[in-house]
Each structure stands twice: as C-alpha cells, then as structure tokens.
Design a protein around this ligand. Structure first.
Ligand SMILES: [Zn+2]
Length: 331
C-alpha cells in the first residue's frame, strides 16, 4: 500500500508528464497546482458511508487506477450509456477512472470520476473549478455519453479551468433503466436542502402526486449516490457545477443574473428548482451556481457546448462572488 505522500507524488508526476506532452504550459506551473483533492477526501466519504441507513458493499481501494474488476464494470457502464459508435472513443476513460472511497452505489457498483487540473495562474481571466455530473438519472444515457465525451476531450486540449467529471453518478439506475436509484429514490430530490425536512416530502405528496419518479427518499442525503456527489463537492470545492440531463432540450441556470450566450442547439430556459434538488442545494442554499443541461433526444454539438459552458462558467463564478471560506466544511 502506498503512503499518501507517495500517491501524491505519483499524481504530481503524472500531471507533469501530461503537461509536458501538450507543451502548452511551462513546467513550473505544475509545481503550483493544488494537490489532488481525491487524496484528501477519504475521511469525509467514510463518515458519510458510516452514516448510511444501509451499508454499501465495499470493493478494493482504487485511488491509483481501477482494479481489473472495476475496469470491467466501468467498460460495461460506458457501453450502456454510449451509442455503439461512440464506445471505442469513450472507453479509454476507464483506464484512468478513479473513485472516492465510499463512492459505491447501493448495489455495489463503483461511481467513477476523472479530473484535469489546470495550472494555477494569477491572471484575472484565470479558469475556475468546474464539477460536472452526468447520469444522475439512470434513464438518461445520452447525458452520460456527453459527459464522457467532455472528459475524454480534456485529455487532448489545453484548458483554463480545472475539471472534475463524474459521468455516471447513478450506475444502478443505468443498469435498471430507471430514473431513480436502486432504492427507488430520485437523487435530484435527495440533496440536503435547508427546506428538505419541511418541504421535500410534502412537495412530493402534493405537487408531484407521489410520482415514484420524483420520490425524494426517506431523509435528506439518505442515498449513497447523493452522498457521493456531496463528497465530490466537499473535496473538489467547485466554483460552479454543471449537471447533465435529458430530455427537455434546454439549458437551465441557477445562479447570478447573467447574459446567456447563444447556443444554436439548445435555448436557455429556467425550469425552476425544487426541495432536494442540486440547484436549490448549491445555489439557493450555498451560492455555488449550477448549470443544468437538458439534452434533447439527439446529441448536439457537444464540443461547442463544452467550450461555451467553460467560458460561461468563468463569468458566472466571477459574478457569483467570493464563497464563504468555510462553505465546504458546512456541507
Ligand atoms: Zn434528469
């Protein structure tokens, strides 16, 4: 077992190699890059797991890359969320997929992520920390495919912002072809918003007429997948979150007042946020903006959308202003 320091050095070396390869950044930029937060988050996630109402199954640690078993599971998940013609392009994600300790679905599947840290700079136009989530709803595979496309693309392009990408947050729902997780909970109603205890179940019973597809769960953050998302937020400390969905064919934004850049394939439209939703949790409660992409039934120009939202994210995070320094300890 490698010590934390050794793993940190390995991560730093891999990052240095990558930066040298693309040749766009001076080598000294890497030395000022923040440490990989993945390596500092285990305690947080373990605590969340210990508080689980049902214990998730455990698998081997994979902080240094996936085990053979995880690799197989990952490729199966990528195959299920991608169109056949995209699979070969997207499956390399699995070779460098990581997961936070405790990021295991209700049925024991790993919840993978990858990240691309940009070199630190003091430039006023410097990038931000962008957390991107895909497939919160298991029956929205196109959202997983686009999120995978984004993370694979980041390997080959210089980028101003640091991205952490969790392309398949609800693997059990993906296998079951359900919006909800394996316990029948809509993860996007399960985030611990301040109004959850007073409003979430009441809202589900009245406004949602107990629609099983909107079931908020039995308590705030009762679901292991929700706690995994929160663990990513706490450890990565994003300036903004992009959450990819289908099928309403709009881009929604919970954040400061903005001029929205025109995007040919999807209009900007407010869909509102709800007790237990990510948008209410992060923006309304904690002032971290959330972009919700709702794809239609076909993929748009995903590269143009990533570029547009990358630029938009920097402006939106600047306009949202400084976060309180202890924000991520409070979550
Ligand atoms: Zn959705």
């Amino acid at each position: 077992m490698l010590s934390r320091t050794s793993r940190l050095l390995i991560v730093a070396n891999v990052c240095s190699l990558w930066l040298a390869l693309i040749g766009s950044f001076a080598a000294h930029g890497e030395t000022t890059a923040p440490p990989n937060p993945t390596l500092t988050s285990a305690t947080t996630v373990t605590t969340a797991t210990e508080n689980a109402n049902t214990s998730p199954q455990t698998t081997a640690q994979t902080q240094d890359g996936p085990s053979a078993a995880d690799l197989e599971v990952c490729r199966d998940l990528v195959a299920r969320t991608s169109r056949p013609e995209a699979f070969e392009r997207l499956k390399p994600f699995c070779e460098r997929a990581r997961r936070l300790e405790g990021c295991i679905s209700q049925e024991g599947r790993p919840i993978f992520h990858a990240e691309h840290i940009a070199p630190e700079t003091k430039s006023p136009t410097r990038g931000k920390r962008i957390l991107t989530l895909g497939l919160i709803h298991g029956d929205e595979p196109l959202s997983g495919e686009m999120t995978l496309s984004w993370v694979e693309r980041l390997r080959g392009i210089p980028h101003r912002s640091s991205w952490r990408v969790v392309p398949m947050l609800n693997p059990d729902g993906l296998i079951r072809k359900t919006r909800m997780n394996a316990r029948g909970v809509d993860l996007n109603r399960n985030f611990p918003t301040r109004d959850w205890n007073d409003e979430a179940i009441k809202y589900w019973e009245t406004s949602s007429k107990r629609d099983p597809r909107r079931n908020p769960g039995e308590s705030p953050a009762s679901e292991v997948e929700t706690r995994c998302a929160i663990a990513h937020i706490k450890s990565f400390k994003p300036d903004i979150i992009i959450s990819n969905h289908t099928p309403y064919a709009v881009i929604d934004f919970d954040g400061p007042r903005m001029n929205f850049p025109r995007y040919r394939d999807l209009p900007w439209r407010a869909l509102g946020n709800f007790p237990g939703s990510l948008g209410r949790y992060m923006w309304k409660d904690h002032q971290v903006p959330v972009v919700t992409v709702e794809l239609g039934h076909v993929l748009p120009d995903t590269e143009a959308l990533q570029d547009l939202l990358g630029t938009f994210s920097i402006e939106a995070a600047n306009r949202a202003g400084a976060k309180r320094p202890d924000l991520f300890d409070l979550l």
